[in-house]
Design a protein around this ligand. Sequence first.
Ligand SMILES: Cc1ncc(COP(=O)(O)O)c(C=O)c1O
Length: 394
Amino acid sequence: MKMKKAQNRWQSALQNNYGTPSLALSHGKGSYVWDVEGKKYLDMLGGIATTVVGQAHPKVVAAVSKQMEQLSHVSNFYIHEPGLSLAEKLISFTGEKSARVFFCNSGAEANEAALKLSRLTDRTRIISTRSAFHGRTIGALSLTGQSAKQRPFRPLLKDVVFAEYGDIASMKRLISRKVAMVILEPIQGESGVVVPPAGYLKAVRELCDKYGVLLCIDAVQTGMGRTGSWFGYEYSGITPDIITLAKGLGGGLPLGAMIAVTSKAPAFKAGEHGSTFGGNPVSCASGLAAIEVIEKGSLLKKVVERGEFIKREVAELDGVTLVRGEGLLLGIVLDEAIAASVVAAAKEEGLLLNAPDKNVIRIAPALTLTQAEAKVFIKKFSASLLRAKSEARA
Ligand SMILES: Cc1ncc(COP(=O)(O)O)c(C=O)c1O
């Protein structure tokens, strides 16, 4: 009953852009969340790849509480220690001392910043990829290669073209000296965890170098350890000119960043860009605490092991044709278009999942997911799949 009441209040108070949520949650701990009626769920979506160290991690709670007591928000008129330390940490992850960070609040804003930075070249054309997701603001939506999401909001930015993702010949056809920036996800997350072929990022980097084009890696979803490295592109051996981050960066609080990595990327001059809340001390303290948990717990290595284990086990299940992705960003491809029913059945089983496509289930849990929790997931997922399959037959 509490659930129904929460949904009724939601419908009377909020825009319907998400559709009425099927659950109202009250609290969480680690990889688990509880709904308002007291039911417990293993959360394999993790706030959409965001709560990298789970709910209510004591180190994050302590850092956020301390920062809140000390200095909450000051604006970017002033320097503060958490912002400095987090920027320095991110620079050290890029391996490029000359990298420079701009903080904002979300993934869309990080990509807007990259877009604006690219305008400081004397070119305007952007190459994005089909099915890409880069955010919902007008600039970021212009880069999002999904016409259903773009259609109601046209006209969008001019001079954005789309290459087939993973297809270097398609990129070759579009790239020229008129192009300012290529923007790419190392793995396309929102469109169903799509992994490009080996060598793709390297080949794109080479094309960008040939034509003097900036390469922006949108690591909003793949970043902060999710795929077993800090940004998700490192396996390819490339260095991007720009990296955009959000989601896991704030350890569960809103925080985004645009990092101009190489000297090829232009730099904003004073007054050219800004954000009131961007990089506020509390979000930065939360992000730093999350990074410390990831580093001290050797989670980058564990994420890979956990991901491999889940991949192996899930691939054995009847009805699963393929498990793709890296680390703890996995797309489970089903042999039928029943992903929505699997998500609904999983809810009954006490498991939170997401269906980015009719036949794909995505998981992006906390990076702190234990081996025991991974086993609980496999058991509950297998039961949910069986249940959805038998419903489809009924
Ligand atoms: C790759 C990528 N870029 C950008 C975004 C947009 O981030 P936000 O929702 O924080 O604006 C997302 C969100 O899912 C994403 O996955």
